[in-house]
Design a protein around this ligand. Structure first.
Ligand code: DX5
Ligand code: ZN
Length: 207
């Protein structure tokens, strides 16, 4: 069954712990979006915020930063159990190797506008493929349909890799992503802007 990683960027930052505790029993991970205002035009979460949620559920840290090598040690110490870096960032291979040295899971992320071929040489160094279904930067954008065929391609050709999908995921597209082989669905707005976040998670998991 597919598992759900709520994107905490979609939660109310004034009630972050409460939001995390609400969704954690139904979630495999809490997805933490780290942006540096350079790789993407937005600033979001730092090490201290990630550390504040340690222990509520396993933390899945998605680095949208230009130089991920500068941040891996700190986020590992903060309690990350998965760290993903972008193929479009600097030194992705070295960053994956640094993550692997920590004995936590490593993910390679790529944008909807990036060719899927770009990540293939890096797959020997990654446990997880993070298929972006929006251009990174913000919550609440609409889902890029090319993610569906990408999920199928990587599930068929690299069955040993975990597949995570991130951006615009909701009860509208969770079933097709699940059927094509996604392992982890990340969702921010769909969960935290819904009237009943727990029901929304359950619906996405059952689809
Ligand atoms: C986008 C982030 C996503 C985002 C998901 O840059 O990586 O994790 O917060 O939010 P929704 O589900 O609202 O697209
Ligand atoms: Zn993300």
């Amino acid at each position: 069954m597919v598992s759900i990683a709520p994107s905490m960027l979609g939660a109310d930052f004034g009630k972050m712990r409460e939001a995390a505790e609400l969704v954690a029993p139904y979630s495999s991970h809490l997805h933490m979006d780290v942006m540096d205002g350079h790789f993407v035009p937005n600033l979001t979460m730092g090490v201290d915020l990630v550390k504040a949620l340690k222990g509520i559920a396993p933390l899945d840290v998605h680095l949208m930063v230009t130089d991920p090598l500068n941040f891996i040690d700190d986020f590992h110490e903060a309690g990350a159990e998965i760290i993903s870096v972008h193929v479009e960032a600097n030194n992705p291979r070295e960053a994956l190797e640094r993550i692997n040295e920590k004995n936590i899971k490593s993910g390679i992320a790529f944008n909807p506008s990036t060719s899927k071929d770009e990540i293939i040489p890096l797959l020997d160094f990654a446990d997880m493929i993070l298929i972006m279904s929006v251009e990174p930067g913000y919550c609440g954008q609409s889902f890029h349909e090319n993610a569906i065929e990408r999920v199928k391609f990587f599930k068929d050709n690299y069955p040993g890799k975990l597949i995570e999908v991130d951006g615009g995921v909701s009860t509208v597209n969770s079933a097709i992503l699940n059927q094509n082989g996604a392992d982890i669905l990340v969702a921010g707005s769909a969960i935290f802007k819904s009237i009943n976040p727990i029901e929304t998670i359950k619906l996405m998991k059952q689809s």
